[in-house]
Design a protein around this ligand. Structure first.
Ligand code: ADP
Length: 490
């Protein structure tokens, strides 16, 4: 199969969260199954020219939309570590900005236009390449206009080059929908008749993700549990009706992890290496973490970490309501994150007031994310909702026990601990159900009790090894995508 992956970020070139990680690994896993897979991204100024060589493939392509004409060029990124062609759509006006999507907590006002030009450019790029995919694999709303254009623009609808192409939209997070003023509809070149409740209208707004949901041949999301949840009012963010209507074509496929990038045996960002057979390097990582972060170097004090975007979704209000009892239990707390100003301010202040029990770093820091996964004993992830979550998968691989709310991909990937379940190898972490401070605190207390269980000092080590021995690689999930794509072409 010829598969074109269209997304707004891909690790390691440019990444803000889990979508980037998936785009860094899934295309490679699909190529490993024998397919011709290629990626297209916007050419952001964040893609470091000193690390990645880029080559101009096509100059001066005119993209016309009623909002105005734009001249873009197509580049290819050459990464000796990645055999997959990575194409970049360049327009400095659109993608040379201080950030990918937003600044100071506010989305760029012209985001619908930026990604409309991006999606439309993809078709002209393919004509230039004379390479026409069997599957357009579109990720999130930023690529969701590809199916909408393909099904609605006369010039594309009747184009024999794309007549056999099918579209798959993968939703990585339903909370981000590209909802905007209906005034954008004519500007992005779509007919007014599409502005109705069955197509692009959403409570008086234009909703670009909804277009992708309506016009894609198939839909998927990133865990089985989340695929069910988003068809309910509690998790559907207003799109549950339209998702239920497409239920037959909506699949839940759990994300995998890049086991080369996230590997405690070889990770260049951690001070000592280890694996399930020889886990002692983890103790050295913990000692180094405590020392580097100014915490008392004490092997018996559990360290709990968070690596996260600081947004409402991640359950940070629960953390703020439980952090004092948590540190009173003698648990050291480490946080790495960036996002909403109110959380940044809150955690900075908290760390200032408790320097010997907490370390907080506000910012995006890839090496620190790896170091924290390796150096902590526990990872906290009390999300309100979590489509898949990768951080808990990394933590298990790094022998760090996840404490998570039982929702979405967290529910699908973390098995709650009881003593028999730890001993049988089944349990991998601690889960709680209710979105309340008491429920989170209860889970932390259960974890702390196992950590300090003097009658069963090996129990914690068992639990660590249970997580480390799980296979969270892309191997199985890439096969599920392959099966789905093959069915689409039948
Ligand atoms: P989401 O996609 O909602 O952000 P995931 O758990 O799926 O959540 O993926 C988060 C990814 O982003 C992980 O690779 C995590 O290590 C990374 N990450 C999050 N915040 C930071 C940060 N401040 N610095 C470095 N990496 C981060």
């Amino acid at each position: 199969m010829k598969i074109l992956c269209i997304a707004s970020e891909a690790a390691p070139y440019v990444k803000t969260g889990g979508l980037g990680d998936v785009m860094g690994a899934l295309p490679r896993a699909l190529a490993g199954l024998g397919h011709d897979v290629r990626i297209v991204l916007p050419f952001y100024s964040q893609i470091n020219p000193e690390i990645y060589r880029t080559e101009l493939l096509m100059d001066r392509i005119e993209i016309w939309l009623p909002a105005g004409g734009k001249t873009v060029s197509v580049w290819q990124l050459h990464d000796p570590k990645n055999p997959i062609p990575v194409y970049l759509i360049k327009s400095d006006e659109l993608f040379d900005r201080p950030s990918l999507y937003d600044e100071g907590g506010r989305e760029y006002a012209d985001n619908p236009l930026r990604f409309a030009y991006f999606c439309l450019s993809v078709f002209w790029m393919l004509k230039g390449l004379q390479w026409f995919p069997d599957i357009f694999h579109c990720h999130d709303w930023q690529a969701g206009m590809v199916p909408t254009y393909l099904k609605n623009l006369e010039v594309l609808k009747n184009d024999p080059d794309f007549a056999h192409s099918k579209t798959l939209l993968t939703i990585h997070n339903l909370a981000y929908q590209g909802a905007c003023s209906p005034e954008f509809l004519p500007l992005i070149g779509l007919p007014q008749r599409l502005f109705n409740l069955k197509e692009l209208e959403f409570f008086g707004k234009l909703n670009l993700l909804k277009g992708g949901i309506v016009y894609s041949d198939r839909l998927s999301t990133v865990s089985r549990r989340y695929a069910g949840e988003i068809q309910t009012a509690d998790f559907g963010c207003g799109l549950e009706g339209i998702l239920r209507a497409r239920s037959k074509h909506l699949h839940g496929i759990m994300n995998g992890i890049d086991t080369d990038v996230w590997n405690p045996e070889t990770d260049p960002y951690i001070p000592a290496h280890y694996d399930a057979e020889n886990p002692s390097g983890k103790e050295a990582c913990k000692a180094e973490l405590q020392s580097r972060f100014g915490l008392p170097v004490n092997p018996h004090a559990p360290v709990a970490g968070i690596v996260s975007r600081l947004v409402e979704q991640k359950g940070l209000d629960l953390i703020s309501e439980t952090i004092h009892p948590i540190i009173e239990m003698g648990i050291q707390f480490v946080l790495l994150g960036t996002g909403m100003e109110k959380y940044q301010r809150y955690f900075r202040l908290l760390a200032k007031n408790h320097p010997s029990q907490m370390y907080v770093e506000i910012g995006y820091n890839e090496p620190a994310a790896h170091f924290i996964e390796a150096g902590c004993d526990m990872l906290l992830m009390p999300s309100r909702f979590e489509p898949c979550g990768l951080t808990q998968l990394y933590s298990m691989r790094y022998g760090t026990v996840p404490i998570v709310r039982q929702t979405g991909g967290l529910a699908d990937s973390v098995e709650n601990s009881t003593k028999p379940k730890i001993l049988s190898g089944e349990a991998t972490g601690f889960t709680f159900v209710d979105y309340t401070p008491d429920a989170l605190l209860g889970a932390v207390k259960r974890a702390e009790a196992v950590y300090h269980d003097s009658a069963e000092p090996d129990l914690w080590q068992h639990l660590i090894l249970n997580g480390m021995s799980r296979d969270h690689s892309w191997h199985h999930s890439a096969q599920l995508y392959e099966k789905l794509m093959l069915e689409m072409l039948k």
